[in-house]
Design a protein. Sequence first.
Length: 573
Amino acid sequence: MSFAMFGIGVSGGIAIGPARLLSHTSLEVAHYAVPAEQLDREVERFDGAVEEVRGELETLRESVPAAAPAEVDAFLQLHLMILNDATLSEAPRTLILQQGCNAEWALKQQMDTLIRQFEAIEDMYLRERQADVVQVVERVLKALLGTTTTVSGGNRDTPGILVAHDLSPADMMLFKQQSFVAFITDVGGATSHTAIMARSLNIPSVVALHHGWSLVRENEILIVDGTQGVVLVNPDRQVLTEYRLRQEQWDLERQKLKRLRSTRATTLDGVDIELHANIELPADVDQVRKSGATGIGLFRSEFLFMNRPDLPDEEEQFHAYRAVAEAMRGQPVTIRSLDIGNDKPIEQGPRVTNNPALGLRAVRYCLSEPRLFNGQLRAILRASHYGNVKLLIPMLSNRAELDQTLAMLEQARAQLRAEGIPFDEEMPVGGMIEVPAAALALESLLERLDFLSIGTNDLIQYTLAIDRTDDSVAHLYDPLHPAVLFLVSHVIRTASKHHVPVSVCGEMAGEPQLTRLLLGFGLRCFSMHPNHLPVVKQVVLKTTLSETESTARRILGAHTAERISALLAKLNS
Ligand code: PEP
Ligand code: MG
């Protein structure tokens, strides 16, 4: 059966390949003995997990749109049948009682038995149903265990398409090392960190597909169109041929753009524009150099802290920052101090609260952990001796936070001086403007900052009250909302008036449709994912600055989305 799914394209291009399902458990479960007097409770735990999954599947069935193919419902029904069958819902109970073992182990053993039986079946259709059994067991294990993630088996020689319900930025880090040609998830918004990471993998990606993980099966052929946000499952030959052609055209375009690498980003009226890159890890520098970026506008240092049980100490951080500073050979390297919390949790980080985006995040967290912050500030200062390093403070919302941070920086400087460790006494310190309060009360921060960087991802989230990771409100996440445009242009204008350099480092900076608008607002420095740099550069090269300003002003005065997009189309024509 072939069908299409629609989501939000977060990284462009077309990929074709077999599905590789990301399971929520490793299926390698612990085996331990349960004391006789606790066996009844273990059985209850197992029953509870089965019940939870039953509820999940029933809810899924209810939420299938009426227009969906009949097979979708049949598929969910099949999973319910498997779950309700005594071989899965009863047999493990007996095993728990007979063997005195834990529920996960009993379930896993029963699954292995079932799989052996399936393997002996001649009928191909029935034999393939073992994948369904595994999916159902995984759901139950997930209910028993929580959520760790691994990719299912399959033939690893063929690069596949990663299909997941959800991926954390930490998961994405792990997948950076494996070869996938695309990834798709059920949840997530276009500027979630997971989506940003996907862009850094430079592969087509679609998020917010809602039921992809339940509907797609291991090894099914998928076409992922990351530009349109469409996924085609089991396409027929004609569709495959058509998409292969489109894929070739896309690749050809990208190749052509690469030739712009060493061309300076100068407008038609001769103004140089700085195009910088955003990175997550020192290893990304390679990509930055290939993109032709003239500096690093955002080094998201928190990624050094992920996927590990401990925290990197000052020494480890120093070596990472120094490596980037040296690799960039005198070009600016803007290191952002730790921005964890919200959708970028780390194992040792702040406690998860109801509203992490409004909680102890970024500079707030750092100020509450002075030892950790001191180590990072010292590491960044030390690295400044080896290149053109700048410090960027995320999530500032008031003057007191800035003053405290600068006091901590001064303390770190004094320590290094006393220890005779060299650092750049003039290292510039910038603030991220990503909380509306900071944008509106900008003048209270400006006098103590050497530069600004507008974090539009968060600025949009906080201005519009839209959780950037929540796909159910993703349609309301709008960079062209008049309030967002007002704040962005206000920050650029105010900073320029005070001669404080300003850049944009959120996803808006890498969106070619918005390049002229930002230029028209007066922006002269953009920082984006290196993959976006060539297309943005192409726009810059074809732009006459003086022609952008009046339309940008009219866009600021427009009241409806229709008027704004009409004016934007005019600006981009
Ligand atoms: C932003 O908020 O725009 C930004 C660049 O920071 P991050 O995406 O890491 O929150
Ligand atoms: Mg941010």
